[in-house]
Write a protein that binds this ligand. Structure first.
Ligand code: NDP
Length: 493
């Protein structure tokens, strides 16, 4: 099998060490590709290339925004031509149903188009600063940060990368991208597109390799001006420490344990459907998953009965056949999810349904877990406190609005949350109290390129998507002009 390479300084290269890594289809355990495995020295070469392209060659950085936007549109068009292939790659590499990968690819294409247009929008400000300094004019411009390292997880292999690649490139930066070693194949295909459309040499670098080597080096390297990371809170914390050496600009999209609050007056069937999307979409491997259902005790039994029925009707199977739910990303992740389920049982939660590996038919060769619901949960339980990142939801009850809010906020995370109620004033009151960055009323999980995405507390720093997602990759420069050259401000007064 041909070993797939990484893309550094405009060339497809093997790692200096010659090491490789097999890519496994989690639906059947088969090797689908072998890729080169970079390490610290490869990361350093990529950083040097990005640095040269930003500070010396300057072709991308100095390109007018119209031309830069046009290049992003070319990338989007080229992705459109191979969208079926990209979706197929993510499904066999990561395990999600093909239909969901197709949505991800459409979203990724839209993200490039969105930032292609946003880069031409007006930005900056003009300030009234005359007091005490004579006639002055002050305004701001936005400039690229410089050399940006982008590190992503495996749960949306193409899309998580594009959420960072599109705005960072739109802003004129040079980048080094390190995707999760679990799922690198759609990133390789995307960089083939970058090459095909003619991105200038050294601007986009793809380094494959482990987080503990390549990722850590990118966080530590003094020539990297910014690191932006999506992944677990623990790794985010270690990146913050490593980035301190040159006080890098930092962006962190981290984990979550998000509350889904359901009041007695909510449309129960609607709430059940959204709760399903909240926790079982993408096998529950979603940072914003509604993994804690917090429900009025009056309707809990009815709700849990309906949710159980719907969860048990979920089809599981080969992700290419478009079941409702596919495979978890890897054997080790499946084992981690199953060990959380065991902890839930051990700590006294009531297992309503699921709770085990799914092994029917050909699925025995893959890493599937049944949709799992735990009832009678309490704040102290591990499955309520820790992010499981799988198809596992806990149910807790409340007797008052205050209690619901207290339980919802009783977490170290603050990524997302939702409230279901027919009472508009209550919905707004409760949402306002939630310490979380992404919230929904009477729905769960819709996500839009135009709106900022990110968390409070240990769920991260900064925002992706929208205008905020572009500004993350920009520095703001203040420019002050003396309109009366020859005058020297207040010392002469
Ligand atoms: P990890 O934090 O384990 O890894 C994420 C990325 O960081 C991978 O590319 C990994 O490399 C790399 N990495 C690992 N260690 C280091 C290090 N010391 N320095 C730099 N980089 C490192 O997360 P997972 O990939 O397991 O993804 C799941 C997590 O991501 C969940 O906690 C989830 O909540 C979070 N997430 C958050 C999102 C958000 O928007 N807030 C979106 C999606 C996921 P490698 O794996 O190749 O070794």
């Amino acid at each position: 099998m041909e070993v797939k390479k990484m893309y550094i300084d405009g060339e497809w290269v093997a790692s200096r060490s010659g090491k490789t890594r097999d890519c496994i289809n989690p639906a059947n355990g088969e090797v689908i590709a072998t890729v080169t495995e970079g390490d610290i020295s490869d990361a350093r070469i990529a950083v040097a290339a990005a640095k040269r392209s930003f500070y010396e060659t300057r072709e991308w950085r100095d390109m007018d925004s119209q031309s830069r936007g046009d290049m992003l549109l070319k990338i989007a068009d080229a992705m459109e031509e191979v969208k079926d292939e990209l979706a197929h790659i993510d499904t066999v590499d990561m395990g999600k149903p093909l239909r969901e990968s197709e949505c991800d690819v459409d979203d990724a294409i839209h993200t490039f188009r969105y930032y292609a247009s946003l880069i031409k929008a007006p930005y900056g400000g003009v300030y009234d600063v005359n007091e005490g300094f004579g006639k002055m004019h002050s305004y701001t411009v936005h400039e690229p940060v410089g050399v940006c390292a982008l590190v992503t997880p495996w749960n949306y292999p193409l899309l998580m990368g594009v959420w960072k690649l599109a705005p960072s490139l739109a802003a004129g930066n040079s980048i080094i991208y390190k995707p999760s070693s679990n799922c690198v194949l759609s990133s390789i295909r995307l960089f083939e597109i970058f090459e095909k459309v003619g991105m200038p040499k050294g601007v986009c670098n793809l380094v494959l390799g482990a987080g503990s080597t390549v990722g850590e080096e990118l966080a530590r390297n003094l020539d990297v001006d910014m690191i932006t990371f999506t992944g677990s809170t623990e790794v985010g914390q270690s990146i913050m420490k490593a980035a301190a050496g040159n006080v890098k600009k930092i962006g962190l999209e981290l984990g979550g344990k998000s509350p889904n609050i359901i009041f007695a007056d909510a449309d129960i069937d609607g709430a059940v459907e959204w709760a399903m999307i909240g926790i079982f979409l993408n096998q529950g491997e979603i940072c914003s998953a509604g993994s804690r259902i917090i429900i009025d005790k009056e309707i809990k039994d009815t709700f849990v009965r309906k949710l159980k029925q719907r969860a048990e009707a979920i089809t599981i199977g080969d992700p290419l056949d478009n079941p409702d739910m596919g495979a978890l990303v890897s054997e080790s992740h499946m084992k981690r999810v199953l060990s959380y389920i065991q902890k839930g049982v051990d700590e006294g939660a009531t297992l309503v349904t699921g709770g085990e590996r799914y092994t029917e038919g050909d699925c025995a060769k893959g890493f599937f877990v049944r949709p799992t619901i735990f009832d009678n949960c309490t704040d102290e339980m591990t499955i309520v406190k820790e992010e499981i990142f799988g198809p596992v939801v806990t149910v807790q009850t409340f007797s008052s609005e205050e209690e619901a809010v207290r339980m919802a906020n009783n977490t170290i995370y603050g990524l997302a949350g939702a409230v279901f109620t027919a009472d508009g004033a209550r919905a707004l009151r409760v949402i306002k109290e939630l310490r979380a960055g992404i919230t929904w009323i009477n729905c769960y999980n819709p996500c839009f390129n135009e709106a900022p995405w990110g968390g409070y507390k240990r769920s991260g720093i900064g925002r992706e998507l929208g205008i905020h997602g572009l500004e993350e990759y920009q520095e703001i420069k203040q420019i002050n002009i003396n309109l009366q050259p020859g005058t020297v401000g207040w010392y002469t007064h």
